[in-house]
Design a protein around this ligand. Structure first.
Ligand SMILES: [Zn+2]
Length: 410
């Protein structure tokens, strides 16, 4: 493997310190030096490739904690009726686009995540490394129920996104089935949601007993539960049951915030979609537009409260590579975070250090430190002055993943 010397402004993902004339040295798959250009050790020129681009900024590879790579939306496949073979091939293609936008790891929620994860690790598919949950567990008529026109048995066989489970025995079976397929954490739908046709955003989904059984089973397996949460009451239920990450967290109140602080629970914001829906009346189905409009305002308040309480915010997008949520401009989430009041540095750390924590990989990725895996991105421009330089694949010039140069477009 080659060694690389990247030169430019270094944002390490760990703290607010910026090295203006910095240098990051990569040998094999590891970062072996980070500091100023003057301090950088001299290596034999034939053995190292120096990469310089104008006004460069070097950051840790980004991590999206809320992905659903199921291969449906980018080809307008119907996820409930399309062939799994078509979906998974398309999902593999979509993964490459995510990588090209600077995402070297993701947390994926969907049926194909475990298989895609293995394919990426084996080098068969170009894409981010994946921490998969497998299918999302939902109640019948809940946020994961994609249509009363199908039977529950059909959906449980065919939906690439979710599995319907009612009562503790079915919940336990659903959790264990995800682990059997290779899941590394569990995702549940604890409340109604914006995109589902047959529920309200404030619906409480799963009883306390069901949620506690799911959390206990995940913990027995040495991992945690992430919960889709829109309405306040269902969010509280999930928090009381012991979930460790709140997805969306649109309507948090003081009691939610208090438990999140006590339980070291992370908030995965998905703000580009949340704040974007009210601007898209013309192109969205009426039920999505109406529900989404209510959420946007509440979401801003939740983020403000979470920031004030010092809750860890991790970057998530919920993008599916649809025409409105292209992976090629997935970095719009950074801009939405600024719109919601985060600083550019906070937004970058949410997609690096904070996201690595949720992946349980803080020792490996998410910051630029000696000994860490060399997952790095390099852009032309300064995101601390103009966050839009992180918007998407066109702007991301250099990407290293595990020390391998996987993208170069200067
Ligand atoms: Zn989602």
């Amino acid at each position: 493997m080659k060694s690389y010397k990247l030169e430019g402004r270094v944002i390490n993902g760990l703290d607010d310190h910026v090295i203006e004339k910095g240098c990051v040295l990569v040998e094999q798959d590891k970062i072996v030096f980070v500091g100023t250009v003057e301090e950088c050790p001299n290596l034999i020129p034939e053995l190292v490739e120096t990469i310089q681009i104008p006004n460069a900024t070097i950051m840790p590879g980004f991590i999206d904690c809320h992905a659903h790579v199921v291969g449906a939306d980018s080809q307008d496949y119907d996820e409930c009726t399309a062939s799994h073979m078509d979906l998974i091939l398309n999902a593999a293609h979509d993964l490459g686009q995510l990588l090209d936008s600077g995402f070297t790891s993701i947390r994926d929620m969907g049926l194909f995540g475990p298989s895609l994860s293995r394919a990426v690790d084996l080098g068969l598919v170009r894409g981010p490394k994946i921490m998969p949950s497998g299918r999302i567990i939902s109640v019948t008529a809940g946020h994961g129920d994609h249509g009363y026109q199908f039977s529950k048995a059909y959906l449980n066989e065919h939906s690439p996104l979710s599995v319907l489970a009612d009562g503790v025995p079915e919940c336990l079976e659903a959790v264990r089935t995800q682990f059997r397929n290779g899941a590394k954490f569990i995702k549940v739908m604890a409340t109604g949601g914006v995109s589902s046709p047959i529920d309200k955003i404030t619906d409480v989904q799963f009883s306390e007993t069901e949620l506690k059984a799911i959390v206990a089973e995940a913990e027995r397996r040495g991992t945690y539960v992430a919960a889709h949460c829109t309405g306040t009451e269902g969010t509280l239920n999930a928090l009381k049951a012991g979930v460790k990450s709140i997805e969306h967290g649109v309507m948090l109140d003081e009691s939610c915030i208090q438990i999140m602080v006590e339980n070291d629970c992370t908030l995965v914001s998905t703000l580009a979609i949340s704040l974007g829906i009210p601007k898209m009346k013309a192109v969205l189905p009426a039920h999505i537009y109406e529900k989404g409009k209510v959420c946007a305002e509440k979401n801003l308040k939740s983020i403000e409260m979470a920031r004030a309480a010092g809750i860890r915010i991790a970057f998530g997008t919920d993008y599916t590579n649809s025409k409105n949520t292209r992976y090629s401009d997935i970095g719009k989430e950074f801009e939405a975070m600024i719109e919601a009041g985060l600083t550019p540095m906070e937004a970058i750390q949410s997609a690096t250090k904070n996201a690595a924590y949720l992946l349980k990989q803080s020792d490996e990725v998410g910051t630029i430190e000696v000994g860490k895996t060399a997952d790095l991105v390099m852009v032309s421009g300064n995101p601390l002055e103009d966050i839009s330089v992180l918007r998407g694949s066109e702007k991301i010039k250099i990407i290293l993943q595990n020390g391998v140069l996987v993208k170069r477009s200067e």
